[in-house]
Design a protein around this ligand. Structure first.
Ligand code: HEC
Ligand code: HEC
Ligand code: HEC
Ligand code: HEC
Length: 132
């Protein structure tokens, strides 16, 4: 085998290893996520798969870097949990968990704005929040 061939084989092997590792690191989207756990009105069974199959871009919800309220850019890790930054009560820099989904009147927000476009998407409190 020539030196060139050996180098080529090693390169191909390296690329293959890297590709497998990247695939292993890409998290599998969950079919269903239970949100608002422990909320008095009831938890929300979010059909993640249905939203993804509907060709909604991942970045619609899993947003990229944003400036926080102090003007500092904050970049989530890929598919990092919302609650890691949007805590129950919020911080002076980052709005609270509820605000990541809807405003207090549930008249606008990430989920509601799209659902208001009509169809079968729920907009009423108890269509999303269901007591177990
Ligand atoms: C499209 C679905 C949807 C609709 C409609 C909706 N909610 Fe929510 N709501 C959520 C999700 C998802 C959360 C999750 C955030 C969390 O865990 O706090 C949430 C969080 C909340 C919280 C936060 C409680 C806490 O302590 O963090 C309250 C209160 C709430 N909703 C009340 C309402 C009310 C009142 C309405 C109707 C006027 C409503 N919601 C309509 C999905 C919905
Ligand atoms: C309509 C909004 C929405 C869209 C679109 C969406 N997701 Fe999600 N996804 C969520 C929410 C909400 C969660 C729950 C996050 C949490 O528990 O804090 C979640 C959770 C996840 C998780 C689990 C994270 C964890 O650590 O538990 C993965 C992985 C994920 N999504 C991948 C994807 C991929 C890949 C796509 C695009 C193909 C996508 N999501 C599109 C809203 C969405
Ligand atoms: C690494 C931290 C981080 C993670 C994780 C994160 N966010 Fe955010 N988010 C921010 C920052 C910073 C802002 C901008 C400041 C603000 O409005 O709170 C923001 C703003 C938002 C806003 C605009 C809020 C408003 O009041 O206009 C929405 C909606 C939102 N995030 C939804 C989500 C959802 C849904 C998830 C989980 C799928 C998530 N975020 C995960 C940091 C994060
Ligand atoms: C880009 C648009 C869009 C966004 C963003 C979106 N949804 Fe939806 N959602 C839909 C549509 C469209 C449907 C109706 C699907 C169908 O035809 O059954 C739906 C249906 C639902 C249903 C009812 C499922 C059923 O089985 O009846 C729930 C619950 C729901 N969404 C929760 C959420 C939550 C929570 C969020 C925010 C994290 C969210 N959605 C964000 C478009 C969206």
């Amino acid at each position: 085998m020539s030196k060139k061939t050996i180098v080529l084989i090693l390169l191909v092997a390296l690329v293959a290893i890297c590709a497998t590792q990247m695939l292993a690191q890409a998290p599998k989207p969950p079919d269903k996520v239970t949100l608002a756990q422990g909320v008095a009105l009831g938890s929300v069974a979010f059909p993640h798969k249905a939203h993804v199959d509907g060709k909604v871009a991942c970045t619609t919800c899993h947003h990229g870097a944003k400036p926080n309220k102090a003007g500092k850019s904050v970049a989530p890790k890929p598919f990092q949990k919302c609650v890691d930054c949007h805590t129950k009560t919020g911080t002076p820099e980052i709005s609270k968990l509820q605000a990541a989904f809807h405003n207090p009147a549930a008249s606008s927000g990430l989920c509601i704005d799209c659902h208001k476009k009509g169809g079968k998407a729920p907009t009423k409190c108890t269509q999303c929040h269901k007591k177990a």
